[in-house]
Ligand binder design. Structure first.
Ligand SMILES: [Zn+2]
Length: 251
């Protein structure tokens, strides 16, 4: 790219950012954003090239094969693999444990491609403000039906909640997504994530879904008391941190 063309790209980025942010963006900021974007495009391109190679290899080994290395995110349990190796087949990249569970027919492999058809446990916990023990109790009581992914030796690797197994109880995931809200703090723009239940009446949002019968809406006074308690604890921790810092300086 020649210098003139480069300049044109930065100018375009500057205009785009200014339109989105609703304020002036410096040339340096626009340049940095362009560099970041170019870096991202490069990473995505490398990933794409790699995947083309895997797809080709899949023609020779249609059942799939092991990808060497660790740290890849499993398309089913969403965990990043700590152990060596992941599995690649027509469903994409999964960890070896989830792949074993697909092989043993504990779960369908198609889950890797149908993100919206089920809740992972951490997603369920976040969406409905539940603890691990609440989920376990609800499974025992028959409120929820889980598919358990084991490691083949009986140990639980993950619990998945298919919407079709919990029809009429669990809503589509898009109803309980958290939302980013633009906030202005001291003249700076921040994005903060809010849970779905901060917008509108949760009973209306989840009307007709049985999970609502098992949830309690915290009254505003109780919520306020909780927030105050959290704030008090935060301040307490900060004061202790400050005190430790002072002590270190003297030593
Ligand atoms: Zn997995």
């Amino acid at each position: 790219m020649d210098a003139e063309e480069h300049k044109k790209h930065i100018q375009k980025m500057k205009e785009l950012l200014e339109k989105r942010e609703g304020k002036e963006v410096t040339w340096e900021e626009a340049e940095e954003a362009s560099r970041n974007l170019a870096g991202l495009a490069e990473i995505l391109y490398e990933l794409w090239v790699k995947e083309q190679g895997w797809k080709k290899r899949l023609q020779e080994s249609p059942k799939g094969f092991v990808l060497e290395g660790r740290g890849r995110t499993c398309a089913i349990c969403h965990e990043s693999s700590r152990e060596e190796g992941s599995w690649y087949d027509k469903w994409g990249v999964t960890c070896l444990t989830c792949h074993g569970a697909v092989d043993r027919k504990e779960i369908p492999g198609s889950l890797a491609k149908r993100e919206k058809s089920y809740y992972r446990e951490h997603e369920l916990q976040r969406a409905f403000n539940l603890k691990h023990s609440d989920v376990t109790r609800w499974i025992k009581e028959g409120v929820l039906k889980a598919r358990t992914v084991t490691d083949g030796a009986g140990r639980v690797h993950a619990r998945l909640f298919l919407i079709k197994d919990n029809e009429g109880t669990l809503p589509p995931k898009k109803l309980v997504e958290s939302q980013l809200v633009k906030e202005d703090r001291d003249g700076q723009t921040w994005y903060r994530s809010y849970e779905w239940y901060c917008f509108g009446d949760p009973r209306e949002t989840l009307k007709g879904y049985k999970i609502m019968d098992h949830l309690r809406i915290i009254p505003p006074e109780e919520m306020k008391a909780r927030e105050e308690e959290e704030k008090r604890q935060r301040e307490d921790r900060r004061a202790k941190r400050e005190a430790r810092k002072k002590l270190r300086k003297k030593l």
